[in-house]
Write a protein that binds this ligand. Sequence first.
Ligand code: LLP
Length: 442
Amino acid sequence: MDYFAYVRGRLHCEDVSVDALAAEYGTPLYVYSARTIIDHTRKLARAFAPAGDPILCYSVKANSNLSILKLMRDEGAGFDVVSGGELHRVLSIGADPRRVVFAGVGKTDEELRTALERDILLFNIESEEEMENLDRIAGGMNRVAEAALRVNPDVDPHTHVYVATGKKETKFGVDLERARRVLARAGRLRNVRMSGLHVHIGSQITRVEPYVQTLQRLARFLPEARAMGHPIEWLDLGGGFGIWYKEKLARSAQEIADAVMPSILAMKVRLLLEPGRFIVGNAGVLVTRVLYVKESGKRRFVVCDAGMADLIRPSLYGAYHRIWPVTTDPAHGGEAPDEEQWRGPTVISDVVGPICESGDFFAKERKLPPVRRGDLLSIFSAGAYGYAMASNYNSHPRPAEVMVAGRQAKIVTRRETVEDLVRLERVESFDVDPGAAAQGPG
Ligand code: LLP
């Protein structure tokens, strides 16, 4: 569900037409719908409300724009952060540290220290060594860190291998066998209080069974953890709830909640959730302008001004994103950006970017209405892991981001300039001694 829709052949974000936004702010441009973000947040909150008083910790990595974070804070959400940088972001919009959880396999001493100083709610511990380190640092600060052990339930989330985290063979958390040993060790630490269990089995999960299976395993493990003397009050179920990219496969918040609720209630824990994509994925599109249309071999290429540096998901995961012109002819049906409903002419095209890599594409052999130089295309479901994973590769300034609420549209990230690109760099000169001939190829 989202608030992007075609009205008489023109794509709108809420009450604003997307071609007007592109004319005003330029392209490539990320456009977000605030109402969609709020709608998804409330759907999740409502569905999981029977769990008592769950805390929805928005996963900042999905889209860390400050205005989105503020929107989430105003909705009463907490935050799931994975770095000092993300912690800085949420604190800078006035988030309550008591609603912040900190995950990630590689937290540095400095990050742990800062989070302890700010008195965050929970550290999601990913290894025994990290736990010992947290105990040491907390001890030095005369504090007791609240922690949840991230266990790896060895469940197959049936998603892309790069975003599957719940199998034993991944680097995340500790398997259940080791978890027993880590908890035994935790019992002897004075500055870490193990008050929760954490799982996050993967991302873009479109079935409920992996969650149900995970909870069954946790439900068996929990009494053991409590019997070892750990006051397990929190269950952090992670995120991973899938959205619609192409097929309407993903489950609704209600379906997921209904499937897991009996186990959660039986476990007598307070629930934490870490949704990212579910909140922002369908709340954003990437608008790009067609620079050139060319043919080579048997292929037709639509070359856009956005590329893999702006949205890397198709290149990295082979991810499917719907793509459709921002303005279409309503006489041909297709008020939805949907090739099946479109009765007008189509051309099979590869939609590609300007980056010097063959892997720089948004779609291959996609059926699209014929487009020409200067036309605008919308790449849908780009709100999560879009701008957040953008880079300056090939020295392309990153796009602007604009947020729409009703008739209002405001820039929430200005477009980078070429001056921004070189701001951190220095031009130094070196006297290089060529020395002896170096060994090796070349
Ligand atoms: N919690 C933890 C510990 C995570 O590692 C993640 C995502 C989340 C929550 C949020 O997951 P979500 O609800 O958004 O699925 N770049 C990839 C996705 C990577 C997900 C990383 N972890 C993509 O574009 O598909």
